[in-house]
Design a protein around this ligand. Sequence first.
Ligand code: FES
Ligand code: FES
Length: 160
Amino acid sequence: MKKTLLNITVNDETFELYIKPKKLLVEVLRDELGLTGTKRGCNTGACGACTVLLNGVTVKSCSVLAVQAEGAEVTTVEHLADGAKLSALQLSFLDQGAYQCGFCTSGMLMSATALLNEEPKPTREDIKEGIHGNICRCTGYNSIIRAIEAVAEGKYREKR
Ligand code: FES
Ligand code: FES
């Protein structure tokens, strides 16, 4: 199949890639760019493990063709930390034990990032709504919600 040129900005870095038109965004992120923090779970848009931000809005990258991200800005979980310094959300997830197997964690972090960007002081209901598209098979929802609440309450300001 003929390849097409994709111009895409990922985590503030611009890329020009020749890809097959049917490539999914998650495939380009993981296989072409090596950003394996974005997980591929159900591959049907149901689990949210593959959640990234596309122009600041959450999308399930298994349900988006890479060519649909032409000219767009994509943010993945790799962008949250500053080198070895973790973001407030990452620190809070660690402290609250908001992960078990960790498979849902990057998607949860990206949905929580989008939520807090839009609403820095979300209610518990807002948080539930914000992560409703993300399934945790380990069912650690309470600690995940607590971790997001702790950031909203200003308990984590600095990366460290
Ligand atoms: S892998 Fe994309 S929603 Fe499950
Ligand atoms: S921590 Fe295992 S799926 Fe969420």
